[in-house]
Design a protein around this ligand. Structure first.
Ligand SMILES: [Zn+2]
Length: 341
């Protein structure tokens, strides 16, 4: 069955690396062994992330400096050389090609994020885009496509906003943990702003504070896990699904799909907006929030008796994301007015 999601592709790559024989060259064998340890069962292994840079390095120089020609030529030949003999060559080359586009991005302070930036031309996951090709020239043509979906600036923006989202979630969790004093008064005021309707009682606020405390703990843990992956979904490319900001799906791994609208403005734009989207998506995957129909931020997310009661707002991803942004002093009065209508 065709791969729909990143985790299926990741598992396919793991299987190919585990079961196939690659080049018998000693340096190649060492590199393959390192690559195998990157793709751990429960998600990519940060301590082995360098192997991906070594793979790209080999591609750029031509494997073991034995390949000459243009950059794209070297890369295609380098991957084929590393793949080894012709037995299931396309499959082996596809797994290597997939990893060549997989990056461990790190920030000062130890925050990290995996970014998958597949060739912009691909319309399927790599093992399916390449895996069935029997003609070597055709395979080379696919391997020569090296321009990734995300620019290097966008990749830096992605790791930065994942770090911001982690910090927001962490602080929000800390605020929701306060039960007395000024801090508790302040967070209760913010909970009231984003989640209370006309009928909400103080006991309801207390109960929602507990829900948010547990939820934001999970979001912070996921964002700081060192196993979070951002990718677009190549099968969405050129379809209506590409016009999303982002989404999460039923991945075993911690994956957020970054889609065509992500870098475009919403109610506001830039780094704060990207962090808002990431918190929204992690609230889905970690806390089972939903998108209450007709209540995205641009529709208005102010809770109201009858039409959008508190009991719905506490399940709505955008209310979680905006609440967290507010806990982190990330909103102007205008931003709040735009969303609280
Ligand atoms: Zn959503």
């Amino acid at each position: 069955m065709a791969h729909r999601i990143f985790t299926e592709e990741y598992d396919a790559i793991r299987k190919i690396l585990k079961t196939e024989s690659f080049s018998s060259d000693a340096a190649a064998q060492r590199l393959i062994a390192s690559l195998r340890s990157v793709v751990a069962t429960d998600g990519p292994n940060k301590s082995q992330g360098r192997a991906l840079d070594d793979l790209r390095d080999q591609c750029e120089r031509g494997l073991l400096n034995k390949v000459f020609g243009s950059r794209k030529e070297k890369e295609a030949e380098g991957i084929l050389a590393l793949a080894g003999d012709d037995t299931r060559l396309a499959k082996k080359a596809a797994a290597l090609k997939a990893l060549r586009h997989f990056y461990l991005m790190t920030k000062f302070g130890g925050h990290s994020l995996w970014v998958n930036s597949l060739p912009a031309h691909y319309r399927k996951w790599t093992t399916e885009q390449l895996g069935g090709i029997s003609n070597k020239d055709q395979l080379k043509t696919e391997l020569k496509k090296i321009e990734g979906r995300f620019s290097s600036q966008q990749m830096r923006d992605l790791v930065s906003c994942s770090q911001t989202a982690a910090a927001w979630a962490n602080r929000t969790h800390g605020m929701c943990s306060k039960t007395s004093g000024l801090g508790a008064l302040r967070v209760d005021r913010l909970i009231r702003r984003w989640f209370a309707d006309e009928d909400t009682t103080d006991a309801d606020i207390k109960s929602m504070r507990a829900t948010l405390r547990e939820g934001f703990k999970k979001i912070a843990t996921a964002a700081l896990s060192g196993k979070m992956v951002f990718t677009d979904n190549p099968i969405d490319r050129g379809t209506a699904d590409e016009n999303n900001f982002a989404y999460v799906w039923y991945d075993r791994l911690n994956v957020v799909y970054i889609e065509g609208q992500f870098f475009k403005p919403g109610l506001f734009s830039g780094p704060r907006h990207w962090a808002l989207i990431v918190v929204h998506e992690l609230s889905h995957s970690q806390c089972n929030t939903v998108d209450v129909p007709g209540h995205y931020d641009f529709d208005g997310i102010k809770p109201k008796r009858g039409t959008f009661p508190s009991s719905k707002a506490i399940t709505n991803a955008d209310n979680w994301a905006w609440f967290s942004a507010d806990c982190n002093f990330a909103l102007t009065q205008k931003n709040r007015d735009d969303a609280l209508k």
